[in-house]
Design a binder for this molecule. Structure first.
Ligand code: SF4
Ligand code: SF4
Ligand code: FES
Length: 229
């Protein structure tokens, strides 16, 4: 198959490679083949290869996707050629590697760290698994930090200051966590112009999230919470 791969930094260009097809081949297998067999200078990221670490995301035929769990058969059904580029909305370091700093800095800006009140000596808190809040946390907690949603969000493109779907989803899980003690502080952090109210609810993040999380639903929850705070 023909594969065009982004080479260089922001002002780079696509380079074409010919890669043999194999059964059950993933996009990450293709990138690995290019780097191991055709051009060892190709830069890309991966770690787990099983959809856990979130490091392998790229733009595949114009859409942000996790590449270790995206099968070539599926992509070739959409289009006969494969085009691989770095994630959108993040600075390109080189080839398929983006600088993820601002993505994770925004989690910190959204107060994405758990803050509890108990010590090691206290008994652990018992949360009813059937409670509404616990069920909402469970639906949103499986985020692997891949930035697929962030790269798919047009509001991030228009307003680079916008916290983005992943950081806001994280803030939402903590707002629903009955043990967390920083709720007021966190609501203030996400209520500004670059926070939850900037979301246009066009749902690209929810459509693209490989873990089937709905950041849009969490952001709507944050919008409601800021009204009543
Ligand atoms: S919400 Fe989904 S798409 Fe966004 S970073 Fe988490 S796992 Fe990736
Ligand atoms: S729903 Fe909001 S956060 Fe998600 S892609 Fe659209 S504007 Fe971005
Ligand atoms: S390599 Fe870890 S999620 Fe793809």
């Amino acid at each position: 198959m023909n594969v065009s791969v982004w080479r260089g930094g922001a002002d780079g260009a696509f380079q074409r490679f010919e890669v043999p097809r194999h059964p059950s081949q993933t996009v990450l297998d293709v990138v690995t083949y290019i780097q191991r067999v055709l051009d060892p200078t190709l830069a890309y990221r991966f770690a787990c290869r099983v959809g856990m670490c979130g490091s392998c995301a790229m733009t595949v035929n114009g859409k942000a996707r996790w590449t270790c769990r995206t099968h070539i058969d599926l992509v070739l059904k959409e289009k006969e050629e494969i085009t691989l580029a770095p994630l959108r909305n993040l600075p390109v370091i080189r080839d398929l590697v983006t600088d993820m700093r601002e993505f994770f800095d925004k989690w910190a800006r959204a107060k994405g760290a758990f803050q509890g009140s108990r010590t090691r000596q206290d008994d652990f808190e018992k949360i009813n698994p059937q409670s509404k809040k616990r069920i909402e946390v469970d639906a949103a907690i499986e985020c692997i930090g891949c930035a697929v949603c962030y790269s798919s969000c047009d509001v991030v493109s228009w307003n680079p200051d916008y916290l983005g779907p992943a950081a806001l989803n994280r803030a939402w899980t903590l707002q629903q966590d009955e043990r967390d003690t920083a709720k007021q502080e966190r609501l203030q952090a996400v209520a500004g112009d670059a926070g939850c109210h900037a979301c246009h609810t066009h749902m690209s993040c929810t459509e693209r999230c490989p873990k089937h999380i709905s950041p849009t639903a969490g952001i709507a929850g944050l919008k409601r919470a800021t009204l009543f705070s």
